[in-house]
Design a protein around this ligand. Sequence first.
Ligand SMILES: Cc1cc2nc3c(=O)[nH]c(=O)nc-3n(C[C@H](O)[C@H](O)[C@H](O)COP(=O)(O)OP(=O)(O)OC[C@H]3O[C@@H](n4cnc5c(N)ncnc54)[C@H](O)[C@@H]3O)c2cc1C
Length: 394
Amino acid sequence: MSSTSAFDADVAVVGLGAWGSSALWRLAARGVDAIGIERFGIGHEMGSTHGATRLFRVACLEHPSLVPLAQRSRELWRELEGVSGTGLLDQVGAVMIGPKDGSVIAGTLEAASAHGLDAHEMSLAEIEERFPQFADVDPTHVGVWDPDAGVARPEDGVRAAVSAARSLGARVYADTRVLQVELVPGGVVLHSAATTWRVRQVVVTAGAWLSKLVPELPLQARRTPMLWFRPPAPDPAFDTPNLPAFIRELDDSMAIWGHGATLGHGVKIGMQDVGRNFTDCDPDSVDRAISWERDVAEVSGLVARTFPGLDPQPESVISCMTTNSPDQQFLIGRPGGDPRLLVGGGCSGHGFKHATGIGDALARMAVGEDPVSDMSFAHPDRTFTDRPSLLARR
Ligand SMILES: Cc1cc2nc3c(=O)[nH]c(=O)nc-3n(C[C@H](O)[C@H](O)[C@H](O)COP(=O)(O)OP(=O)(O)OC[C@H]3O[C@@H](n4cnc5c(N)ncnc54)[C@H](O)[C@@H]3O)c2cc1C
């Protein structure tokens, strides 16, 4: 780098996946002199943000503070769609199904009622009439219809945010791995194999690799597959929006999530991480090969039982990674209050929908402003109470 200033930029964002690309866009939108550094290409398939789609929900059952964050994120997804000319969020609605007092139904209704959202309960008869694709629904289970929910597009979102950041003046270094984040008096030095950058502060949004750069964070990467299924013959009942987004809590400590066929892919179905069905991994040596026993057998059995209209043999399967914190909540803020360092990570499997809101919050924190919604629940220095999975919520 050559520069007449002591600094190569005011702020560097390390890791341009879901959260970092949005942080860079929001920094650039605020006129901040910012650089973004990404070890792979932009919109790659090596981290947590690939596989064409993610569920978007506003009535977030994981924490009450996530509702305003999702609302802010939706505004910014729409803004990014306008800037990029790309569709990023399809509001097709979502149906939740499960026991009335289970975390999926009760958590969604709680979030909706606390924030005056439109989500409303559905009886079993209504579920059966409106969504006959779901089979074997326990007679004691109920539904919630959430009209604000839908399906978001991860790779397109990352590319759109990076491109918006670039057009606002941010400099982007792709295929460049930061080897060390060195906090020095008055700033930060970032080291790659070929270059060093000196910046006033750094935002580290390295996903599954975050604790390799900021080792004191209590994070663990976990290998998580996602699968797509088709009916034996084309059947529009399995296309979105006829089959919208869904989360279905079953009666055996398991939940499945997904949405109908869209964007040229089949019906996406995955299992909720319930602490026993996926394995922790090192993101540098994660086994991306797919095995029937490890990745397909259990989901295929659940599909045969809950969606008999689908071929239980998946049309495709890929592996991805989540990055889990001990309480399954995000880590966003300044560890130890250090003015040189901001982190954004610990997605815990539910972070894509919030990417634009989190990027905006990180950009505001970088310039000393309060985020639009309260982010204290995600402070990296909080005391963690173990919560092994969403289904263990109550
Ligand atoms: C199977 C599955 C299903 C999911 N479903 C949903 C869902 O339905 N809804 C939802 O909201 N969320 C969902 N999620 C979670 C969501 O995908 C993640 O929360 C989100 O993608 C995390 O983004 P991130 O920016 O933290 O990580 P990433 O997007 O992986 O970004 C981290 C970036 O940092 C880069 N990086 C790492 N180390 C370095 C380095 N040393 N130097 C430079 N760059 C570096 C990486 O290459 C990467 O690009 C799901 C996740 C999985 C795995």
